[in-house]
Each structure stands twice: as structure tokens, then as C-alpha cells.
Design a protein around this ligand. Structure first.
Ligand SMILES: N[C@H](CCC[C@H](N)C(=O)O)C(=O)O
Length: 282
């Protein structure tokens, strides 16, 4: 066996799975038999110049006698939610147990997952919509038009974004054509805008025939092929500003996600594909 690189020493002997959900890619590490993720290990696994490279690094640990997912971005920062990775963890656990549905923990609460034909669906819980839940660094009476840096809005011809948290912060800009926006230019400016004390995930969304075309600059990562919590946030935001009903297909660069915001429970479910690329043991 090749030597385990120093940054991964704390993961020696841990099984790992390289997976993606609609192109959003992950290294999932099973910590239930021991091992501990460190910020250095997460950064090493997230580094695309290294032997792995991914958007998020996911740990599966035992918490309160059940599996729970832990989330690190490629820059080593921790995140509170990760929808596409939740669907990949669900796939792993359902295969392990030959189950069609199950629940597991996450930093933002219990997630309920189920198979839906070829797709995996996860109930991501209720969106948080108040200024202090996003969170924002200033009290605002509404979160439908966030007062981000006016210079950025003017320079890029943007209207103020809608704020939504799915357990992680999102700013969603509605534009005429998401594919035409220079998101790689203004995404990092919004990610680090002083309005967001924990930084923010920044998306551009355009509506075409009842579907949302979505591109995302992810906090702690950069441009990704898809972002599940951003897909949830964009549907919630579109409904709040009366652009769409309570369910829609979201078309990301890497694939399609299906989002529904239940009127009775207030909970948001997302469904989409998962793929396994590689597995091994550190
Ligand atoms: N890709 C993830 C979102 C990760 C969000 C992370 N970048 C953060 O810091 O919140 C998803 O599918 O929901």
C-alpha cells in the first residue's frame, strides 16, 4: 500500500468514496470505525492539484447512535448543509442497509431520505428567512432585497439578491439569463460582502418555461457544477417574489434537480441523481 500522505494520517484505515450529485463532487469518508477529519486533511482532499480534489469533503460519523454527516468545503471551512452530498450519503446508507428510506443527522438537523426511481430525494427541512437566520450582519425588516455593496450591483447591472438559509447562507440574484452572467467575477465579491458575517453562497437564477437555470459560486469553493441547497434556496426565493409556484426543475451546469416546497409542512425536498466514481481505504 502506498504511504498515507501526512495530511491524511488522521484518516488512516478509513473507507472513502468519490461521488457526485448532479456534478457537485465529494470525497465521502466513513469515520464510524475511527479516524478524525482535520482542516488540513479536508484541504488536501479538496485540492484539485492533489490526488483527489472535490467541492466538499464529507464525513460520516456516529452521533447519538446513528450516522450523521459532517461537511467541509474545499478551503477547509465547515458548512451547515450540503444537499447534493446528503443525497450521496443517503445512497451509501440505503445500499448498506438495503433500505428504500432512512434518516440521518447533519449539522442543521435530521435529514429524511428516500429513493424516487433513479433519483434520491432528501427533505432538507424548512428554509430560514429572517435576517438573523441567514445570517446578516445588520437587522433588516425583509430579506427579499439584500443591501449588498451597491458598487457591485451597479458595475454588473444586478438587482439586489434574495436571502435564504437552508442551514447555510444563500444570496440568489434573479437575472434575464443565468448563463450570460460573469459569476466568476462578482461571486467572490458577494461571498465576502460585509453584509454576510459567515460569508455567503452566491447564485444567479433565470426562469425559463417554469424551470430555474441556476449557476452558483459556492462559499469556500468557487464555481461548482451544481449546488443542492442553492437549488432549494432559488425555488424558495422565486416563490417568495412570486416568480414561480412551490415546485420546479432546477437546471445546473452538471445536471437537473427537482425541488418542492411543501405548503403544509414548510419543508423543502430536493431530488436528483447520484454517481459513485471510486472507493478505497486511506
Ligand atoms: N454543494 C452543497 C452546498 C455547500 C454549501 C457550502 N459551500 C457552504 O459553505 O454553505 C449543496 O449541494 O448544497
Amino acid at each position: 500500500m502506498t504511504e498515507t500522505p501526512a495530511p491524511l494520517e488522521s484518516l488512516e484505515g478509513c473507507p472513502f468514496f468519490v461521488m457526485d450529485g448532479a456534478g457537485n463532487d465529494f470525497v465521502v469518508v466513513d469515520l464510524r470505525g475511527g479516524g478524525a477529519m482535520t482542516e488540513a486533511a479536508a484541504r488536501h482532499l479538496g485540492d484539485r492539484r492533489g490526488p483527489f480534489g472535490c467541492d466538499q469533503i464529507i464525513g460520516i460519523a456516529n452521533r447519538d447512535d446513528r450516522p450523521a454527516m459532517l461537511i467541509w468545503n474545499a478551503d477547509g471551512s465547515e458548512a451547515g448543509a450540503c444537499g447534493n452530498a446528503a443525497r450521496c450519503v443517503a445512497e451509501l446508507l440505503m445500499t448498506e442497509r438495503s433500505a428504500e428510506a432512512l434518516s440521518f443527522g447533519s449539522p442543521s438537523g435530521t435529514l429524511d431520505a428516500r429513493r424516487m426511481g433513479e433519483r434520491i430525494a432528501v427533505d432538507m427541512g424548512r428554509p430560514r428567512l429572517r435576517w438573523d437566520e441567514i445570517p446578516l450582519s445588520q437587522e433588516l425588516p425583509q430579506t427579499l432585497q439584500l443591501p449588498v455593496d451597491g458598487g457591485v450591483l451597479e458595475r454588473y447591472g444586478l438587482t439586489p439578491p434574495v436571502g435564504v438559509s437552508m442551514g447555510n447562507p444563500h444570496a440568489v440574484f434573479f437575472v434575464a439569463n443565468a448563463e450570460a452572467e460573469p459569476l466568476a467575477s462578482f461571486g467572490p465579491l458577494i461571498e465576502h460582502d460585509a453584509l454576510f458575517p459567515d460569508r455567503v453562497n452566491c447564485s444567479v437564477a433565470s426562469i425559463h418555461g417554469g424551470a430555474i437555470r441556476l449557476r452558483t459560486w459556492e462559499r469556500g469553493v468557487g464555481l461548482t457544477m451544481a449546488c443542492g441547497t442553492a437549488a432549494c434556496a432559488s425555488l424558495v426565493a422565486a416563490h417568495r417574489i412570486e416568480l414561480l409556484g412551490r415546485s420546479a426543475k432546477v437546471v445546473a451546469d452538471g445536471g437537473e434537480l427537482f425541488i418542492a416546497w411543501d405548503e403544509e409542512t414548510g419543508r423543502v425536498e430536493m431530488a436528483g441523481p447520484t454517481r459513485m466514481h471510486r472507493r478505497g481505504v486511506f
